[in-house]
Structures are given as structure tokens and as C-alpha cells.
Design a binder for this molecule. Structure first.
Ligand SMILES: Cc1cc2nc3c(=O)[nH]c(=O)nc-3n(C[C@H](O)[C@H](O)[C@H](O)COP(=O)(O)OP(=O)(O)OC[C@H]3O[C@@H](n4cnc5c(N)ncnc54)[C@H](O)[C@@H]3O)c2cc1C
Length: 450
């Protein structure tokens, strides 16, 4: 056992763990963080960052094509998968170094290896026990594994960034945001992509209009969407993989991506032995101060499965450290968390869907538009933009903002501030637009459609 106990021992150097460790150390605490893989966690290594880089790569195919309408004659465009992978790996390695420097400069002790709780006051890493006043579990989550025969031949999102060979035909199983994003990315990069969705529509949980609009736009980009089916089995054939679906049909593919959700990383940590309570999904149950059922043991981020997004993990880390080492005034509000889906085109949303708004407020005014953006009047692209505002009829407050279109995330981030501030439709109307932009439509929607 190491001699002086750490004030805080963090397990997992991902989005939440790094932020908590740094902030705690900056407040003078003696902090250690244990990491079994690369610093930065899911977001930096196999999530948000590499995914967005690949999404940028995929958008170039459209840009080359669309440039013709603006007078360009692009040369022969060739895509080099190996080069993209190498450039991504270099940038991620740089970010791993940045995280290491941030932690070390803050005075955090970094321990490499798998950590396990041995008591509420001790953690074991690589056979060595470390005493700690408090322990924070920030171990994130992992992709759900396929549960059909031959499922081991499918890959999860972690593997997609480094596929040895670029797939000619990719089958994506799942309809959530990660499945849709990989579908768009690989389609944009030139693969034939078939997306298999168990339900009738992609993006469960999003506004129905958004779901339908995006599916049409993705189809225009050449995505083959198969709804109401599941994989029954996968087998290796002489020329790649053969996927049999629940309706008996078959598909040939060289890569099958299973993207049907993520589960919290709670096994092998010694949590059950200590009596740390988990919910039915295996997520750690915490109170409003992120303390588990065992006093002195805390948890944040994907492992508590509230909202699986990096900015949420960061916010939880800051609330926790403020509570443990500050004046405890910081709060987290899970309402109005904006989110984007980096499909082609992008989706972004903040607030309620139409059905949620109707359920909560009863009378709701719906403002909706879809139009060809200025750029595509010359580009030749059939891509359109969709926008929707939901307004509580009783108070005039805007309770939902939804967009499908280029840079939707950049647009909706600003509107998230307005919604957080309680903006009304009258205040949207009183706001002068920025012309010519797509975003100005959000402040010029005059007549409700429902
Ligand atoms: C493909 C993909 C795309 C995504 N895109 C976005 C996006 O665009 N925007 C967004 O906001 N979010 C996105 N996310 C979600 C985001 O990555 C997570 O919400 C975020 O990383 C959660 O942070 P965390 O700290 O809870 O866990 P993580 O970042 O997952 O970090 C957990 C860390 O703990 C380590 N660990 C686990 N067990 C142990 C152990 N026993 N000992 C030591 N270390 C351990 C892991 O190796 C990992 O480094 C995406 C996720 C995926 C998979």
C-alpha cells in the first residue's frame, strides 16, 4: 500500500475523469488517475474527435462535386484511406500528449493499468494498492456486442477508425446516432452502405419530422436503409461476409458494424463486492451529489448513464469537484442539453420533440420550414434544410429547436443559450437575422403550421 493517501483517486482518464482530476488538483488536492488505455478516453480516441475528423473527410466528396456549379473543374479526386488513418492517428497521439501534460502540470499522478476497488478507501492498480480518501469511478462505457450467430465477425465503432481495408460494402446495424454517423461517413468516403434498423425509423428519441427528413436526405446520398429487420446471423463466405436478416433475405458485405447502443463499464471493478448499487442496465446509481450507495465512492459520466455526451461528463466532473473541494454552488441541469448528429446533412436539436412538448404543455405552436439553401441553388445538390420551432402556446416560450442541414450543430449551439435563458417566440421574432444565412430562418418563422 502506498503511504500517504490520495485525497481523490480517479479511475478512468476520459472526458469526466480528466476534468475531475485536473480541477481537484488545481484546488490543491492530492490526486491520482488510473487509466488502462489511452489518455482522453472514448471521446478523444474512438469517439467525438476522430469521428468528426472522418466526417470532415467525407464531406469533401460532395464539395468536389458541388464545386462544378461554381465554375470549378476539379481534377480526378482519389481517396487514400491509409493516409487519412495515419493523419488521424498522429493528431490523436498529439491530443493524448496534451492530456498527459495537462494532468502532470496540474500535479496529478498518472497510473497506467487497470484499476479495481479493494475497499471504499483503496484502489489496486497493477498489483499495487493505493489509499484514497475518496474514489471517483469514471470508467465510461462500451458498445453492446452482437447477440446472433456469427456476431463475432461484426465490429463495433471502436474498430471503424482503423479498418485495415476500406470496405466496399459496409452494413451498419442500428439506428441510433452513432450508427447514422458511421453510415454517412463511410457513404461519403465512397463505400456502398446499407443500414439495418429494427424499428421503422432511424434516430429514436428525436423529433418525428427530423427522423423522417434525415432518412430521406440520407437516401438521396445513396444510403440503402432497411427498416423492420434485424440480423439473424453472419457467416464468412468466399468473398467477404454474408449477413442473413430476420426476413430471410441476405446481404453480402465486407464489414458489418454493430452499433446498437452502449453499456456502462462496471464489470471487473469490484463494485458489487463493495455493495455499490447498479441499476438494471448495469449503470452506477448515484445521488444528486454523484455519491454512490457506498459513502466516499463517487461516479460520473457514461458509467452513470444519464446522458452519454462529453460535455455532460465534463459538467458532472465540475459539479462534483465544486461539491467536494469548493463552495458547492455549481449545479447541473439535464434539461435543454443540446446535441448534434454528424450525419450528412447534420442534425442538431435542443429542447423537446413535438410529442414531448404536446405531452408536457398540451397546446403547442409548431413552426416548420424546409428549403433549398442558397449554396445549393448553384451546387446542383438536392440537399435541403429543415427547421422546426416548438412554442408553448400558454407562455410563448420556445421549448424546442430542431435543424437538419449544414453545420446544424454550430447553429443550434447559440439557440441553446436562448432557450436556457427562457426566450419567447416574440423575442425570436424581435431578433434581426444575419443575411444571407440558413440560420436567419429561425428568426423569421411567422406562421405556425399547427
Ligand atoms: C463513436 C462515438 C462517437 C461519439 N460522439 C460524440 C459526440 O460527437 N459528442 C459527444 O458529446 N459525445 C460523443 N460520444 C460520447 C462520448 O465519447 C462519451 O459520452 C464520453 O467520452 C464519456 O466520458 P466518460 O469520462 O464518462 O468516459 P470515457 O471517455 O469513455 O472514459 C472512460 C475511461 O476509463 C478507462 N477505464 C475503464 N475501466 C477502467 C479501469 N478499470 N481502470 C482504468 N481505466 C479504466 C477507459 O479506458 C476510458 O479511457 C461518442 C461516443 C462514441 C462511442
Amino acid at each position: 500500500m502506498s503511504s500517504t493517501p490520495f485525497d481523490l483517486f480517479v479511475i478512468g482518464a476520459g472526458s469526466g475523469g480528466v476534468r475531475a482530476a485536473r480541477m481537484a488538483a488545481q484546488r490543491g488536492a492530492r490526486v491520482a488517475v488510473a487509466e488502462s488505455s489511452a489518455l482522453g478516453g472514448t471521446c478523444v480516441n474512438v469517439g467525438c474527435i476522430p469521428k468528426k475528423l472522418y466526417s470532415h473527410a467525407a464531406h469533401f466528396a460532395d464539395a468536389f462535386e458541388q464545386s462544378r456549379g461554381f465554375g470549378w473543374t476539379p481534377g480526378e479526386a482519389r481517396f487514400d484511406w491509409a493516409l487519412l488513418k495515419a493523419n488521424r492517428a498522429r493528431e490523436i497521439a498529439r491530443l493524448n500528449g496534451v492530456y498527459e501534460t495537462l494532468l502532470r502540470d496540474a500535479g496529478v499522478t498518472i497510473l497506467r493499468g487497470r484499476a479495481q476497488l479493494v475497499s471504499p478507501r483503496a484502489v489496486r492498480v497493477d498489483g499495487l494498492e493505493h489509499a484514497a480518501q475518496r474514489i471517483l469511478v469514471a470508467t465510461g462505457g462500451h458498445s453492446v456486442a452482437p447477440d446472433y450467430p456469427g456476431g463475432e465477425l461484426a465490429v463495433t465503432s471502436d474498430a471503424m477508425f482503423d479498418l485495415p481495408v476500406f470496405p466496399r460494402h459496409l452494413v451498419v446495424v442500428g439506428g441510433g446516432y452513432i450508427a447514422c454517423e458511421f453510415t454517412s461517413i463511410f457513404r461519403g468516403l465512397g463505400a456502398r452502405v446499407t443500414q439495418i434498423v429494427r424499428g421503422e425509423r432511424i434516430l429514436r428519441g428525436f423529433d418525428e419530422d427530423v427522423r423522417a427528413f434525415l432518412a430521406r436526405q440520407m437516401a438521396q446520398h445513396g444510403v440503402e436503409l432497411r427498416t423492420g429487420v434485424r440480423p439473424a446471423s453472419v457467416a464468412r463466405g468466399c468473398d467477404g461476409l454474408k449477413l442473413t436478416l430476420s426476413d430471410g433475405s441476405t446481404l453480402a458485405a465486407d464489414t458489418v458494424l454493430q452499433a446498437t447502443g452502449r453499456r456502462p463499464n462496471t464489470s471487473g471493478l469490484g463494485l458489487q463486492a463493495l455493495g455499490v448499487r447498479l441499476d438494471e442496465q448495469g449503470a452506477i446509481v448515484v445521488d444528486s451529489g454523484f455519491e454512490t450507495s457506498v459513502p466516499g465512492v463517487y461516479a460520473i459520466g457514461d458509467v452513470i448513464d444519464r446522458i452519454q455526451l462529453t460535455p455532460v461528463a465534463l459538467a458532472e466532473a465540475m459539479v462534483l469537484v465544486d461539491r467536494l473541494l469548493g463552495n458547492g454552488t455549481r449545479r447541473i441541469d439535464y434539461d435543454l442539453v443540446p446535441t448534434a448528429v454528424f450525419t450528412h446533412p447534420n442534425v442538431a436539436t435542443v429542447g423537446l420533440t413535438e410529442s414531448q412538448a404536446r405531452e408536457r404543455f398540451g397546446a403547442v405552436k409548431v413552426f416548420r420550414t424546409d428549403f433549398k439553401p442558397l449554396k445549393h441553388t448553384l451546387s446542383g445538390s438536392p440537399e435541403r434544410v429543415f427547421m422546426k420551432l416548438l412554442v408553448d402556446a400558454a407562455t410563448d416560450r420556445v421549448v424546442g429547436v430542431h435543424m437538419v442541414g449544414g453545420e446544424a450543430g454550430e447553429v443550434v449551439q447559440g439557440f441553446a443559450v436562448a432557450l436556457k435563458a427562457g426566450a419567447t417566440k416574440a423575442q425570436f421574432d424581435a431578433t434581426i437575422g444575419i443575411h444571407p444565412t440558413a440560420a436567419e430562418e429561425f428568426v423569421t418563422l411567422r406562421e405556425p403550421v399547427a
